[in-house]
Design a protein around this ligand. Structure first.
Ligand code: NI
Ligand code: MN
Length: 227
């Protein structure tokens, strides 16, 4: 059974298909994170976009662990130039890895990097991960979009990881609409409470999202969900 551990913000540690997969590893400078990035030894690092709160410690962990970074092409090329092993992909594309399949979805957001966040690093993405007969959707940073319905129709989602923070991404009300469109079995909210601009009550979101027929799991930082 795949296992997810929430390391706070949009960062998850996924164990699936016999591999360890780290998604959006924002740990240094993250007031909620408890994990020491130097202790993490993933096999893969999935990056949804180049913003500091997603790329995070990705380069350092990739270099210390030898993990392969999986990211949209421009971000992958950037990481490769910084010395990381990368597997470039792009929106709509899938690839069969040794733990399962990864497919990139759209995300409506930015992806600037560099010192002031204006270095062009391509488009942001979401990830579909198919492993052990289960489908996980990490939406990345995005507003709600109607094609979430298409994602759910083509790839019935077991666990959807959705931002609810508002301000930079969809907020709770729009995330409830996302749950309606995706129709996932289970939803785990993310990208909230890390800093003041994205303070939210995940339990209020959960109460509304449950009305759409989904199971909602609100994880504590460090909390795990097996499915
Ligand atoms: Ni972002
Ligand atoms: Mn973000």
């Amino acid at each position: 059974m795949p296992k997810l551990r929430w390391l706070s913000h949009s960062c998850f540690w996924l164990e699936a298909g016999g591999k360890k997969i780290l998604i959006d590893p924002f740990l240094s400078g993250n007031p909620l994170a408890r994990e020491n990035p130097e202790m993490l030894r993933p096999d893969y690092i999935l990056l949804t976009h180049g913003h500091g709160d997603h790329l995070g410690d990705g380069l350092a962990i990739a270099k210390s662990s030898g993990a392969t970074i999986v990211a949209p092409n421009e971000l992958a090329v950037y990481c490769n130039r910084q010395g990381a092993t990368v597997h470039p992909m792009h929106i709509g594309g899938g690839w069969d890895f040794d733990f399962g399949r990864v497919k990139l979805t759209i995300a409506h957001h930015g992806s600037g990097g560099g010192d002031d966040g204006t270095l062009y690093l391509g488009n942001p993405c979401g990830f579909l991960v198919f492993s052990e007969g289960k489908t996980i959707y990490h939406a990345g940073d995005t507003g709600v979009f109607y094609d979430m319905k298409l994602i759910g129709e083509m790839h019935p989602v077991d666990v959807a990881l959705l931002p609810i923070g508002d301000n930079f991404t969809m907020g709770p009300a729009d995330a409830v609409k996302a749950v309606e469109l995706l129709a996932p079995k289970t939803v785990i909210p993310m990208h909230y409470d890390t800093f003041g601009l994205i303070k939210q009550d995940p339990h209020a979101f959960a109460a509304e999202a449950r009305k759409k027929g989904a199971k909602v799991v609100v994880l504590e930082v460090g909390g795990e969900y097996e499915f």
